[in-house]
Design a protein around this ligand. Structure first.
Ligand code: MG
Length: 348
């Protein structure tokens, strides 16, 4: 990261927007984000509402990286992207998949499982329906750490039975790093060689190394904002020696550009990325949202460098957040900035 701009510079030309979502996600029906405009382009600061200053500081570092340092040069200009299936009843699966365009082009589907209030039968029915409708797509299940150890053993084995070789991996079947390591060891002992991905267990830069050291997962799901920017995230992936799936945190199309920049930067990209989340938003801040076409996203490149798309003033106005809620975002940015400034000061 270049030197940290002061708060007033970060807030100059910024906007806060609230975008309606098509389906409830993380218990929310709208996604709020702060858009920042720096010399290198537009950036997004959008830590989830419950995140405090320490956690939000990494998200601000990532926004400064995008808007003030720049998103860097791409190694590839097209990134394969998975479709995402929320925890809907099997009967709604076809309707959700329609948003992703031509079925044959979808490289993989991430299927939400272990939703509170639902059963493993619901998960299996949903996965079966996706498998039936998309006979060529890779399948992955995401439990968001929602199972106990015993539930996870049973669920992973049942999903593996249903999906067979098409099951690419199961994402965060249990919470934490150590429990993942214990689960993965037991699955291997039982002869269930399903790949395990760590997602929620990877939130700080040191986490991927611990995941790798403990043998907790076969691959890691990485998001740019919690790792503090594209450069930092790319370094973390390299250091871990694990395959990575670049994912987004329900970003606007401005924030998605940073995820695409990371996916475009990695040497090896064996799995489709989780960057298709703009399809879950009912509105965006740009005229042409970064929604996958034919199962892939084009990396937005200008003069050989990745640059976020420019927000459309009309759309920003339409979804603008003002008043007390805007003040709340300014305050979040200030407190995250104070954390970053403290770190910078301590380091110099
Ligand atoms: Mg996940």
């Amino acid at each position: 990261m270049t030197s940290l701009p002061d708060v007033e510079e970060l807030l100059r030309g910024s906007a806060v927007v609230s975008l309606p979502m098509r389906t409830r996600f993380r218990g929310q029906t709208a996604r709020e984000a702060m858009l920042l405009h720096g010399p290198a382009g537009w950036a997004e600061f959008a830590p989830f509402p419950e995140y405090g200053p320490q956690e939000s500081a990494a998200w601000l570092a990532a926004a400064v990286d995008a808007g003030w340092t720049g998103l860097g040069e791409p190694r590839r200009t097209t990134v394969p992207v998975n479709a995402t299936m929320p925890a809907v009843p099997a009967a709604q699966v076809a309707q959700v998949l329609k948003r992703y365009g031509r079925a044959e082009a979808i490289p993989a589907v991430k299927i939400k499982v272990a939703e509170p209030g639902q059963s493993l039968d619901d998960d299996v029915a949903r996965l079966r329906e996706v498998a039936r409708l998309l006979p060529q797509a890779g399948l992955r299940a995401d439990a968001n750490g929602g199972w106990t150890h015993a539930e996870a053993v049973r669920a992973v084995e049942e999903l593996a039975d249903v999906a067979g070789d098409r099951l690419e991996y199961v994402e965060q079947p249990v919470a934490g790093v150590e429990p993942l390591a214990v689960l993965r060891e037991e699955l291997h002992r039982r002869g269930t060689l399903v790949r395990i991905a760590a997602d929620e267990a990877v939130r700080k830069a040191e986490d991927p190394l611990r995941v790798a050291r403990l043998g907790a997962a076969d691959l890691i799901v990485v998001k740019v904002p919690p790792l503090g920017g594209v450069d930092r995230a790319a370094q973390v992936v390299r250091d871990s020696g694990l395959d990575a799936v670049v994912s987004s945190a329900l970003d606007t199309s401005v924030g998605l550009a940073a995820g695409l920049a990371l996916a475009a930067r990695l040497e090896s990209l064996p799995y489709a990325c989780g960057l298709g989340t703009a399809a879950l938003l009912a509105a965006d801040v740009v005229e042409s949202p970064l929604i996958p076409v034919e199962g892939a996203l084009q990396v937005p490149v200008r003069k050989g460098r990745v640059v976020a798309p420019e927000p459309t003033p009309r759309l920003v106005d339409e979804h603008r957040v003002a008043g007390a809620r805007r003040d709340w975002w300014d305050e979040r940015l200030r407190s995250a900035h104070a954390v970053l400034a403290g770190r910078t000061g301590a380091a110099s």
